[in-house]
Design a protein around this ligand. Structure first.
Ligand code: HEC
Length: 154
């Protein structure tokens, strides 16, 4: 009973009367922390340097592009969009907008970096490591390169 009274007094001291400011201060600290976490989540996604040295087994292979296209139209387009601009029907429900494949931001990355991201995933972009074979993941990299060509031929 004594304990209960004690904690009630503590509550009053913290959240009532003159300590109201402390209450506000704590809320401010909390919201700054949450904003910080949000910024971290939105920060640019960079693959580790070692990924740049991975060798794409299908460089210039049109058959692989076609295989990649089929997979993409099954698994990826709902978020990344049929035109690769990150505007698929599911994109509106995502917290992070997938980047536009026709932009330099994506196309200047190495094949290995894109392969690494498809393999490992981040947040809403799931890891395709166990869902797809290595070979399938590389064909998707080849297909993502196609969006670059269509952008420059416009
Ligand atoms: C549920 C929606 C969703 C699906 C399905 C999805 N992605 Fe993503 N993808 C994302 C989001 C969101 C990001 C951005 C993640 C981030 O930056 O934190 C992303 C990022 C990427 C990136 C990195 C682009 C960059 O900016 O560097 C690649 C590559 C990628 N996805 C490939 C694929 C492939 C290939 C598939 C299909 C096998 C696929 N994604 C399926 C949502 C999705």
């Amino acid at each position: 009973m004594k304990k209960l009274i004690k904690s009630q007094t503590l509550y009053k001291t913290l959240f009532g009367g003159e300590y109201r400011k402390l209450h506000l201060f704590l809320i401010a600290v909390l919201s700054i922390t949450l904003t910080g976490i949000q910024i971290l989540q939105d920060s640019k996604w960079v693959a580790p340097l070692e990924a740049d040295s991975y060798v794409n087994p299908h460089i210039g292979n049109q058959k692989a592009v076609e295989k990649g296209r089929k997979l993409y139209m099954k698994l990826c387009w709902t978020c990344h969009g049929k035109s690769g601009k990150g505007d698929g029907p599911a994109a509106a429900t995502l917290k992070v907008t997938p980047s536009d494949y026709t932009e330099d931001l994506v196309q200047t990355q190495s094949d290995g970096a894109l392969y690494w991201k498809i393999t490992h995933g981040r947040g809403e972009m799931v890891s395709y490591k166990s869902l797809l074979s290595e070979d399938q993941r590389w064909t998707l990299v080849n297909y993502i390169r196609e969006f670059n060509k269509s952008a420059s031929s416009e």
